[in-house]
Design a protein around this ligand. Structure first.
Ligand code: TXA
Ligand code: MG
Length: 334
């Protein structure tokens, strides 16, 4: 089994205002690598949004024991229409007022946005940062960049390149230095519904500022959408019950789907089978994880069996999701 672990990488810290540094960052992103870059809020840890394998490296570097949806950063307003199914007029008004800047808007996603980016949600959070280094990087790369804050799980967000060096320096090939983040606090996250604007996370744009452009504003998000979906007992769970198994002889129902970690030695009874990674590569498995789970959540099956994933590296995040999904099953069937 190949388990991706942290090799000590020779990290470079380059001045992000230098065109050669941006060029280097773009090449790394094209090669499916991750790069830390400055934004006006906090430093981000970015990967090509359309490369699920590269996005898996973000979770690995952050050592997140679960998957949270990532914010997608764009360099031009038009890119929004490649990512979002629908952009309500209210969103356009807010965008015109606050972009580029620290406002993240949650919109219904297009299929082209990989499921690992949104952690299985059908929505995607998008923002256009105003930091010149971030904008140069995005515009040079010509593709959106998925990026959480560049801190390891459980730490505060970094607002200087030196913070990132300290926190993640041994897990990254490149950190672009763009000076201190001027806001030093993360972006404000909102969604738009028929009855107004909902605030998912208070941040660098104040409610008062939002009020100048849009009303009504609801500061408490109810009915299951919450500030941080990762904190919910399950924010994405398949509609069909899910059972975690240790071995394929536990598969008793033929009208079932089976999510295998590696290729099973004998053919399982299940009607639909997906193998996360034939080689047992954790990054490949994580990149496939949400898409496969959604595909296996088939009309024609009674249950989804999921093979236990080794709880090392990204395996922890996958097992976290599987456990949450299986808890939903045990709650609804008792
Ligand atoms: O200022 C920022 O927003 C920074 C910079 C790097 O852009 N990014 C940042 O990302 O703070 P992160 O991953 O640390 O926090 C993103 C938050 C998470 O709480 C996540 O749950 C929420 O955004 N989020 C992302 N997509 C979402 C979605 N589709 N629905 C609801 N919440 C979402
Ligand atoms: Mg964060």
């Amino acid at each position: 089994m190949v388990i991706a672990c942290f090799k000590v990488i020779a990290m470079q810290l380059l001045n992000g205002h230098e065109p050669s540094a941006i060029k280097k960052a773009i090449q790394l992103l094209k090669d499916g690598d991750i790069v830390a870059f400055p934004t006006e809020t906090v430093y981000g840890l970015g990967a090509d949004v359309f490369n699920p394998y590269a996005v898996a490296k973000i979770f690995e570097a952050k050592k997140r024991p679960r998957f949270d949806p990532l914010i997608v950063h764009i360099g031009e307003k038009e890119w929004l229409f490649d990512l979002a199914e629908y952009v309500p007029p209210e969103a356009e008004r807010l965008i015109d007022a606050f972009w580029p800047g620290p406002l993240t808007i949650i919109l219904k996603k297009k299929d082209i946005v990989p499921d690992i980016v949104t952690a299985g949600l059908q929505t995607v959070g998008i923002r256009m940062p105003s930091h010149p280094v971030a904008l140069n990087l995005l515009r040079g790369f010509k593709r959106p960049i998925a990026a959480p804050s560049a801190n390891p799980f459980g730490y505060v967000s970094p607002t200087k390149a030196s913070h990132v060096v300290k926190m993640l320096g041994d897990r990254l090939p490149l950190i672009l230095d763009g000076g201190n983040s001027v806001f030093g606090i993360e972006s404000t996250i909102i969604s738009i519904r028929e009855d107004g604007i909902y605030i998912h996370r208070h941040g660098a744009i104040s409610v008062e500022d939002l009020y100048k452009i849009a009303v009504p504003i609801h500061e408490k998000v109810e009915d299951g959408i919450c500030e941080s979906p990762g904190e919910l007992p399950y924010h994405y769970a398949p509609a069909k019950p899910l059972k975690i198994i240790n071995a394929i002889d536990e598969i008793v129902c033929e009208q079932s789907s089976f999510l295998a970690f590696q290729m099973p030695p004998v053919k399982p009874k299940s009607k639909f089978i997906k193998v996360l990674s034939e080689k047992g590569d954790m990054r490949e498995a994580a990149a496939n994880f949400f898409s496969f789970l959604i595909e296996l959540d088939h009309e024609g099956v009674e249950i989804i069996y999921a093979e236990k994933v080794p709880e090392v590296g990204l395996g922890k995040a996958m097992m976290d999701r599987l456990r949450k999904a299986s808890k939903k099953y045990s709650h609804t069937t008792r």
